[in-house]
Ligand binder design. Structure first.
Ligand SMILES: *Cc1c(COP(=O)(O)O)cnc(C)c1O
Length: 386
């Protein structure tokens, strides 16, 4: 296209509308959308409750800045806090911004103890966003090289390697950043042992444990947040993607220990605007219902079971199937290209998200039906068969 910067490898279709788990292109061709806008449209497209609430909010108040209070922001903060760390919430507009706020919280927390306590540890192959701080936390040279110098004071450890993390810990560390399930790098779940040890090490060295649940949060794993499946609680939780059901919003939730910011320390013009927060309230109300999350877990197990069967049938194509809940990655063997496979799936009418490690991600809206899960697996099989 003439006027858009060449920043994305886009699939060759233009989408015009969506309904539930389906999207339609300019030729009215229907696609089963297992991208959900990269784990964003958790309630699917054009969900009646979300549409009604947003129409109502549009007619009341879209934006008023943080010079004033607004009701949806207060309501969403309460919902997020009560369902997670019971502490305070800051609203941003994206995942990267939520992580930037978490980085500042970590730095201030450290400096309140001593001025050398500013080091932040993050995992190799992690993904935390594209702004300079979040990019620095993203332990992947391919995203970083062209933009150096990066932000100072970061170091990296090997994901799921307790010994390596322990060797990097010191009194100068103010925070450890982690995705409980690495998303961009190919759906790689942390081990329970690793998260437990990370928690212990952070306590031992008085550092904050920060979980980036921008992708694996908001019900995706069958619990509201992935850490609740592991039973390991962070001090700081970053949230975005699914939180607004498609409306841009990000949030940081902290426990009492990490509640260090004061007026003047941080801010955002758009953060916490009533429109985005109203969307967040609808999403939270829908997905925190116990039967909703139980179904996500069950449908996820079904998806995983069926994909593992395909792995048995096509060992010459599929190397591994990994994930939790409705966050599942299929890694292909060497010589079978994930992006080519995604294009074949698109031709069959199934949309999937490429990721690192030669993987394709299945990230459907959480309202996907059992029939649609089966249909997706059938279309996937058709696409990869020959
Ligand atoms: C997508 C993602 C981000 C970045 O979110 P943006 O809204 O694109 O800035 C950060 N962390 C994780 C784990 C993500 O998946």
């Amino acid at each position: 296209m003439t006027y858009l910067m060449n920043t994305y490898n886009r699939f060759p279709i233009t989408l015009v509308r969506g309904e539930g788990v389906w999207v339609f292109d300019t030729n009215e061709k229907a696609y089963l959308d297992f991208t959900a806008g990269v784990a964003v449209n958790v309630l699917g497209h054009a969900h009646p409750k979300l549409v009604t609430a947003l129409k109502d909010q549009l007619e009341k108040l879209i934006h008023c800045s943080n010079l004033f209070w607004n009701k949806p922001q207060i309501e969403l903060a309460e919902l997020l806090s009560k369902h997670t760390l019971k502490g305070k919430v800051f609203f941003a507009n994206s995942g990267a911004e939520a992580n930037e706020a978490a980085i500042k919280i970590a730095r201030k927390y450290g400096r309140m103890r001593n001025e050398k306590k500013v080091k932040i540890l993050a995992a190799h192959n992690s993904f935390h966003g594209r702004t300079m701080g979040a990019l620095t936390a993203t332990g992947q040279p391919k995203y970083q090289e062209k933009f150096k110098p990066l932000v100072g004071g970061f170091d990296y450890f090997e994901f799921n390697n307790v010994e390596d993390l322990r060797s990097k810990m010191s009194d100068e560390v103010c925070a450890v950043f982690l995705e409980p399930i690495q998303g961009e790098s190919g759906i790689i779940p942390a081990t329970k042992e690793f998260l437990e040890e990370a928690r212990k090490l952070c306590d031992e060295y008085d550092a904050l444990l920060v979980f980036d649940e921008v992708q694996c949060g908001m019900g995706r794993t069958g619990k509201l947040f992935a850490y609740q499946r592991y039973g390991v609680e962070p001090d700081v939780l970053t949230v975005a993607k699914g939180l607004g059901g498609g409306v841009p919003i990000g949030a940081v939730v902290v426990n009492d220990r990490a509640d260090v910011l004061e007026p003047g320390d941080h801010g955002s013009t758009f953060g916490g605007n009533p429109l985005a927060c109203r969307a967040g309230v609808v999403v939270m109300e829908e997905i925190t219902r116990e039967e909703f999350l139980r179904e996500v877990e069950e449908k996820g197990e079904h998806l995983m079971r069926r994909l593992k069967e395909l792995k048995e049938t096509y060992p010459q194509k599929i190397k591994d199937v990994r994930g939790m809940g409705l966050m599942v990655g299929v890694q292909f063997v060497e010589g079978v290209n994930n992006r080519e496979m995604a294009n074949k799936c698109l031709e069959e009418g199934l949309l999937l998200v490429p990721a690192g490690n030669n993987t394709l991600r299945f990230l459907p809206p959480l309202v996907v039906s059992w029939g649609e899960v089966d249909l997706a697996v059938n279309l996937f099989e058709k696409a990869i068969r020959n």
